[in-house]
Design a binder for this molecule. Structure first.
Ligand SMILES: *Cc1c(COP(=O)(O)O)cnc(C)c1O
Length: 412
C-alpha cells in the first residue's frame, strides 16, 4: 500500500458481537435495520443511557443536580427515557420548549439559555414557568415587561460571561468578548435590578465550554465558577438560590482520546461542597450535560451502496453521510478532520485486512465518514457503524441537503 492508513477513534466499550455482527440491546445491526425499515438509521441504547447516568450519579456528590441539555439529542423516546433519570432539562430555543411540552414534561424543571430569544419565546417560557437564563440586559428588560403583561412572576437567572474559559475544551463559550451571557462585572447590577423588580430570582448560570476531556481543567473551572458566583452574590447582597455550574464533560471521539475521569471531578466537587461560602450554602447546585450523557449511547448505521477503486485507494460509498453525521465528517466545530470510531457492523469480529475510505452519497468531497480506515474487507450491502453518534447527529446535520431527508431513529 502506498498510502498510510489513518487511525480510527476508540469504539466505546461494551458492544457485544452476536453471530459475528455488532449487536445493540441483544439485537444484531441487520435485525435492527430490518425492524426499523432500512438505513440510514440511528440506534440509541436504553441500557447505555441508564448505565451512564448511574455511573455519573455514583461519581458526583449527591447534592449536585444533573440536567440534560436537550440540544444534544431531542429524539422524543430518548427524552422520555432521560426524564426520570435527570433533575431537569436545559433548552436553547422555543422549539425545544414545544418538544418538551408535547412530550408532557414538567416545564418547571426546565431552564432556557441561548442568545437571541424572541419575545414569543420569552412569553411561552415565562407562561410555562420555565427559568430563563438571561443573556443580556436587553433580554432581561424584555422578560420583565412580558411577565408584567402576563401578570406573572418570571423565574429569572443571569447567564454570566466569566473572565475565564475552560482550558482544553473543544468549544469555548466563556471568556473575553462573547455573544453568550452578561459580562461578569455587570452581573451584580442586573441581579439587583431583577430582584428589585420583584422577579423570581433564580441565581446564576455559568457555562464555559464543551467537550473537555481533562478532569483537571474541569476541576479548575468549577473552582473558578464557585469563586465567581460567590463574588457576584456578595456584590448583589443576597445568597444565591441556584447556581448552574455549566458542564463541558467530553467524550472520546478520536484516536488517543481517553474517557474523562469523572470520579476525580466528583471527589474535588465534594471537597468544595464541604466548604461552601455562605452565599452558596443553601443554593441549588447543578451541572448541565449533553453529549456526556447520550453521545456514546448512539450508533449510526448506513449501508454500502458501492465499492470502488481510484488511484489505488478504495472507497466504500454508503447511503448515509454528513447530512446525518456532520460531526463525523469533521465539519461541525473541528479544525482538523479525524476519524470517528467506525466499523463494518455485520463483520464486527472479522479480521482487519483492508484499507478503505467510507464516504457518503452526497456530491461533495466533505462527505467522508472515515478516511483511509483499516477495516475488514467490506462489500456492497454491508452495514457501516459510526459510533459516538448519540449526540449532535440527526438534528445537528443538514438532512435537507441534496434532498436526502432525515435518517430513521430508534431507541433499542
Ligand atoms: C450546548 C450546550 C450544552 C451541552 O453541551 P455538551 O457539550 O453536549 O455537554 C450545555 N449548556 C449550554 C448552555 C450549551 O450551549
Amino acid at each position: 500500500m502506498s498510502v498510510k492508513p489513518k487511525p480510527l477513534g476508540p469504539i466505546p466499550q461494551g458492544y457485544e458481537t452476536v453471530n459475528g455482527e455488532l449487536a445493540i440491546a441483544g439485537k444484531t445491526a441487520s435485525a435492527l435495520v430490518e425492524e426499523a425499515g432500512g438505513t440510514p438509521l440511528f440506534v440509541y441504547s436504553r441500557d447505555r443511557l441508564t448505565g451512564r447516568m448511574a455511573m455519573l450519579r455514583d461519581a458526583m456528590p449527591e447534592r449536585l443536580g444533573i440536567n440534560y441539555a436537550v440540544k444534544a439529542n431531542p429524539f422524543e423516546p430518548v427524552l422520555q427515557h432521560m426524564a426520570p433519570l435527570v433533575d431537569g432539562f436545559d433548552i436553547a430555543s422555543g422549539g425545544e420548549l414545544e418538544i418538551l411540552r408535547a412530550a408532557g414534561f414538567d416545564l418547571s424543571r426546565v431552564s432556557f439559555a441561548g442568545p437571541g430569544k424572541r419575545d414569543a419565546e420569552l412569553e411561552a417560557a415565562i407562561a410555562a414557568g420555565v427559568t430563563l437564563n438571561l443573556e443580556s440586559e436587553n433580554e432581561a428588560r424584555r422578560a420583565l415587561a412580558i411577565a408584567d403583561m402576563l401578570g406573572t412572576t418570571p423565574r429569572l437567572a443571569i447567564r454570566v460571561n466569566p473572565d475565564f474559559d475552560m482550558k482544553g475544551s473543544g468549544m469555548k463559550m466563556g471568556g473575553g468578548a462573547k455573544q453568550f451571557g452578561v459580562d461578569a462585572q455587570r452581573v451584580p447590577a442586573l441581579g439587583r435590578e431583577l430582584i428589585a423588580a420583584g422577579a423570581g430570582w433564580r441565581g446564576l448560570h455559568i457555562y464555559t465550554g464543551s467537550q473537555a476531556l481533562s478532569a483537571e481543567a474541569i476541576i479548575e473551572t468549577q473552582a473558578n465558577v464557585l469563586t465567581l458566583a460567590d463574588r457576584i452574590a456578595v456584590d448583589i447582597g443576597e445568597a444565591l438560590p441556584k447556581l448552574n455550574m455549566g458542564g463541558g464533560f467530553g467524550i472520546p471521539y478520536f484516536h488517543g482520546d481517553e474517557e474523562l475521569d469523572v470520579s476525580a471531578i466528583g471527589a474535588a466537587l465534594s471537597d468544595r461542597f464541604a466548604e461552601l461560602p455562605e452565599s452558596l450554602e443553601n443554593a441549588h447546585l447543578c451541572i448541565e450535560l449533553g453529549r456526556y450523557l447520550v453521545g456514546l449511547a448512539g450508533v449510526y448505521l448506513t449501508r454500502i451502496v458501492d465499492r470502488k477503486d481510484s488511484h489505488g485507494e478504495t472507497f466504500l460509498i454508503t447511503d448515509g453521510g454528513l447530512h446525518h453525521q456532520l460531526a463525523a465528517s469533521g465539519n461541525f466545530g473541528t479544525v482538523i478532520r479525524r476519524n470517528y470510531p467506525v466499523a463494518i457492523a455485520n463483520r464486527f469480529s472479522a479480521p482487519v485486512d483492508d484499507m478503505a475510505s467510507v464516504v457518503g452519497c452526497l456530491c461533495t468531497p466533505l462527505d467522508r465518514l472515515a478516511d483511509r480506515a483499516e477495516l475488514p474487507r467490506a462489500e456492497v450491502g454491508d452495514l457501516v457503524a459510526v459510533f459516538c453518534a448519540g449526540a449532535y447527529g440527526a438534528t445537528a446535520s443538514p438532512s435537507a441537503f441534496l434532498g436526502q431527508g432525515p435518517a430513521r431513529e430508534t431507541l433499542a
